[in-house]
Design a protein around this ligand. Structure first.
Ligand SMILES: [Zn+2]
Length: 78
């Protein structure tokens, strides 16, 4: 097997990152970059929560379907 030894790059600043045993902040080059990534993740999470709003439209569709099926029992009661 040929495994080219590639130096991982910091996803934040793209500078070479030391491997884990000697770098506690792997896969980031420094604690600062790790913090930046953490903030990015939190920001993305927030964006995901906001973009989840369109799912409400689907729920609306389901609700209208429910309304139709609710019609049946009502007619049966009559
Ligand atoms: Zn970095």
């Amino acid at each position: 097997m040929s495994t080219p030894k590639r130096t991982p790059k910091c996803p934040i600043c793209a500078s070479p990152v030391a491997l884990r045993p000697e770098n506690p902040t792997f896969p980031f080059c420094s604690p600062r970059c790790r913090q930046v990534d953490l903030g990015k993740w939190l920001g993305e999470e927030y964006r995901v929560a906001v973009s989840a709003a369109p799912e409400d439209e689907q729920e609306d569709e389901l609700a209208s379907h429910d309304g139709q099926s609710e019609d049946d029992p009502f007619h049966r009661m009559h």
